[in-house]
Design a protein around this ligand. Structure first.
Ligand code: ADP
Ligand code: ZN
Ligand code: ZN
Length: 674
């Protein structure tokens, strides 16, 4: 018998897998190597984790040069071939090495070989897990909900569904009852539920636990402590967790009995990872469902144009929920306040102030939405024209008043607020524009009795503080809530009857062609926070939007709650301009100390290989060109056919790596921000 050789993938930037020896001692202790086993190996001078993908008796390297596998995590069953195939697909599609996909998808404590942590987690899981999917206190589904649920349960093989229903139409209820019915039918099955926002997992989790007290549920998201993350990941991998609930990352979990995938708010940008492996969890979910021949449900009140188009052309089956589910709930009236008539003072029109006052008198809650944190986006000197530019970026430093700081939101540089103008000495510096902190201050001044709470990334920096803040809104300790997109999603605030949208206009004229799709979704979603319960006689649920362009079609569609018309318009525009979903894109980014080096690199990349069926556009500087002293440029690739793009990218990547340029570069397939 020859030597046992194993092929191991490692999380290294090199696109290769490495041969190691399978030593006799391991063979004696753990038997033959198996694909999907996590092992410990020496690489360079470090010991790192790897994943066996195959074994053989020959190596193209000299045997005496091969190093032995140091250890194998034999307590954990190997990752399955389907999971490995998903990683292979993602690696190939997003043009990354396999190791960079597969290894980071594993919990840190498993990779690090923390034997103690591993044994502890496994011991906990050795106890029998609850497995009773009978629901407690579930409302009877209405006709549309029942129809949707039955359609999903009746599906055979791969079946993608778009569950399109207004906010509050009871999509969550459909997810839960469908999952329950499936688990009652197939007790060994697993259901994966993805949610966009980490802040929504506790609410969702509490819902599921209350509903299915007898069911093994695990969660995965980035705020879990490592011990818990390992345990929950193992619960999924061992097939014990019946439902796995989590954010984007949970799509890459190992779920050997996966039978249904549900993606809530499928249009949400957070399903796209914005660094490293820039994957779309939604797109991969559909791929995974096809691979496993199972149903996948994409739910949204404002589907992404990609999904909507698939539903229009029949690739996805459309399931509609037309009304709010609870009898008490009605869709709020949406009104636009014309700022050219009703001039805003300190950000508030008279009509909006009056509307807030009415809510205060009735003991109802108001939500003021502004997608800009900090006190003011820029500090300036009117005497000499100085503005608070970041020293390291082509961006302004944002005034953060409670923290007494100027902060750059791009590079995190922080400075004390200057007492006088750095160039002319003027002591009267002006804060220009408004962020959530300033809105909070203004509201507190206008309504001194009201309990005002701000929820944004700054106010919720401490772990657990976001949950505490949301809890105080739910329990009625807050009269006026001020927040960014953090408050827009998913929360079911029962006493909320007014949503004020302060300054949405800026996004109307963005150069990013996806901006209006995103703005519409965001406004629909924040509008959906109002009118979720019956607040008694005389209560009116409304959404008031302040704008200088009250006639804009986006706002008209919003007033009519007409996503479909708006989507049809946008799709038409995209078709004419040949933009996604009517074309496929990739973006090559380059970073260097000198902008010219970055641009030169892209230019060189452009002419490296012939690109049949692919148009490569001019390299351009990114909108925020310099971040932390690094100049950034990008180049867009477009193709009418996905296959043309993919056929070009693979050899192109190899050629680019071969350039050994000192410019740092990265490729994004299906970019969201271009
Ligand atoms: P969505 O996820 O579509 O925004 P939810 O599932 O959160 O909507 O439902 C909104 C509200 O309606 C919740 O309070 C939920 O309990 C209630 N609800 C959902 N389905 C029903 C039903 N069939 N009967 C009564 N109430 C329902
Ligand atoms: Zn000055
Ligand atoms: Zn900066």
């Amino acid at each position: 018998m020859g030597h046992g050789i194993v092929q191991v993938v490692l999380d290294t930037p090199l696109d290769s897998c490495f041969d190691y020896l399978w030593p006799a001692a391991l063979q004696a202790e753990c038997g033959a190597p198996q694909p999907g086993q996590v092992v410990q190996v020496e690489f360079g001078r470090r010991e790192i984790a790897g994943l066996i993908i195959s074994s053989s008796t020959h190596s193209s390297y000299a045997l005496e040069k091969l190093k032995p596998v140091l250890a194998v995590r034999a307590q954990v069953p190997p990752l399955g071939p389907q999971w490995l195939d998903m990683c292979r697909f993602a690696a190939a599609y997003y043009q990354r090495p396999l190791g960079e996909v597969a290894l980071p998808a594993l919990p840190k404590n498993l990779r690090a070989g923390k034997a103690l942590a591993l044994d502890k987690a496994l011991k906990k899981l050795a106890k029998p897990q609850a497995n009773d999917a009978s629901p407690h206190g579930a409302p009877a589904l209405n006709a549309e909900q029942a129809e949707a649920s039955q359609a999903i349960l009746a599906a055979q093989g791969f079946a993608p569904f778009l569950l399109y229903g207004v906010t509050g139409s009871g999509k969550t209820e459909v997810y839960l009852q469908t999952a329950a019915a499936l688990l009652a039918r197939q007790p060994e099955a697993q259901v994966l539920i993805l949610v966009p926002e980490i802040n929504l997992t506790p609410q969702f989790e509490a819902n599921i636990r209350a509903r299915f007290p007898g069911l093994a549920l695990a969660t995965l998201h980035s705020e879990l402590a490592e011990g818990e993350r390992l345990r929950n990941w193992l619960a999924a991998h061992l097939g014990q967790a019946r439902i796995l609930l989590g954010t984007r990352m949970s799509l890459l979990a190992s779920l050997p009995q996966l039978a249904l995938i549900i993606i809530d708010e499928e249009h949400d940008p957070s399903y796209k990872q914005q660094e490293g492996l820039r994957y779309s969890a939604r797109d991969l979910a559909v791929w995974r469902a096809r691979q496993l021949q199972i149903p996948v449900v994409l739910g949204s009140a404002t589907p992404s144009l990609e999904s909507w188009q698939h539903a229009q052309n029949g690739r996805y089956r459309l399931l509609r929920l037309r009304q709010r589910a609870s009898h008490a709930a009605r869709l709020p009236q949406v009104g636009v306040i014309d700022l050219s008539r009703d001039r805003a003072q300190e950000g508030f029109s008279g009509a909006l102030i009056a509307a807030i006052r009415r809510r205060l008198e009735r003991g109802e809650q108001s939500l003021l939405f502004l997608n800009r944190r900090g006190y003011a986006p820029v500090l300036c000197c009117e005497a000499c024209g100085w503005i608070s530019g970041c020293l390291r970026c082509t961006a302004h430093m944002v005034l953060h008043k409670p923290e007494h700081r100027l902060r750059c939101h791009h590079c995190s540089l922080e400075l004390a607020i200057p007492r006088h103008c750095p160039t002319c000495g003027n002591i009267d510096l002006q804060a220009l524009g408004r962020g959530t902190q300033r809105i909070e201050e203004v509201l507190q001044r206008i309504f001194p009795e009201a309990r005002v709470l701000r929820i944004d990334a700054d106010s919720t920096r401490r772990k657990g503080s976001a949950q505490a803040a949301f809890a105080s809104v739910h329990s009625g300790e807050v009269d006026i809530l001020v927040g960014t997109q953090m408050v827009a999603k998913g929360h079911d605030f029962k006493r909320l009857s007014l949503v004020g949208i302060l300054n949405p206009d800026t996004a109307l004229f963005s150069h990013d062609y996806r901006a209006s799709e995103r703005l519409f979704a965001q406004l629909m979603q924040v509008a959906g926070r109002a009118g979720r319960a019956d607040l008694g006689e005389g209560s009116v649920s409304e959404v008031l939007l302040q704008s200088r362009y009250p006639q804009h079609p986006l706002y008209s569609a919003l007033m009519a709650h007409d996503y479909e018309k708006f989507a049809a318009q946008l799709l038409e525009e995209r078709a004419q301009a040949c933009m996604p979903p009517y074309s496929y894109q990739a973006l090559l980014r380059a970073e260097a100390r000198e902008l010219q080096s970055a641009l030169d690199f892209l230019q060189q990349a452009r002419s490296l290989l012939p690109a049949p069926g692919v148009e490569i556009l001019d390299p351009i500087p990114m909108t925020v060109t310099r971040v932390a002293h690094v100049e950034r440029a990008q180049m867009l690739l477009e193709a009418q056919r996905r296959s043309d793009l993919q056929a070009f990218l693979t050899p192109w990547m190899t050629a680019l790596r071969g350039l050994k340029s000192r410019v740092k570069w990265g490729l994004e397939v299906d970019p969201m921000d271009v």
